[in-house]
Design a protein around this ligand. Sequence first.
Ligand SMILES: N[C@@H](CCC(=O)N[C@@H](CS)C(=O)NCC(=O)O)C(=O)O
Length: 214
Amino acid sequence: MITLTTYDWVPDFAAPLMRAFRARWALEEAGLSYNVRLLSLGPDQRSPEHLSRQPFGQAPAIEDDGLVLFESGAIALHIAEKSEVLLPKTLEGRARATAWLIAALNSVEPIVQELGTIDFFHKDEAWTKERRPQVDARLRDRLGLLQNALGDKDYLEGRFTVGDLMMADVLRMLPDPALLAAFPALDAYKARCAARPAFGRAMKSQLDGFVIAA
Ligand SMILES: N[C@@H](CCC(=O)N[C@@H](CS)C(=O)NCC(=O)O)C(=O)O
């Protein structure tokens, strides 16, 4: 059985957003049960044992029958290999789903994260006066193009894949929900992904996990 390493506690604002959620959601979509190993923020992150699971001392990490894996994208893809719900059978379908997963992590998440860093950790600092509008404009441009690519489809490739799982999760990290209101089709897409029963089960486990650990 897969064991997921995640934190026993994070600040309230981060609890629903922690990247371990991506693994939980993929596991729920695939219908796989799993164990959870809880890690504390602080020195435990740099223990040799944890660094052997996650070289940067972060979470999530998983162990699956001798395989130790880190990076939420690699973890989600590994789980997706086990279920057609997340990855189509065809070579083309798998490649396209993988492209969207990488796009979420590499073309969208860094901009979302930069805006989040400004808004959560550096709000009203002088340097953000110049930088924030630049990041905001870049993000709006990227979201507009993503909305064009989605078109009138329910999911990026028509059917749900692990690429949607990752893209929807990245969209959840937007610091200002009003931003997505300017992109109604993307907003509806995010809501559609979050309405999936597997999403709800994964969120409940993630939030209950913190409560139990507290
Ligand atoms: N690229 C990594 C990022 C992992 C990451 O940033 N994890 C956060 C929690 S969501 C973390 O462990 N933060 C504490 C730290 O970096 O020390 C992934 O996607 O798995």
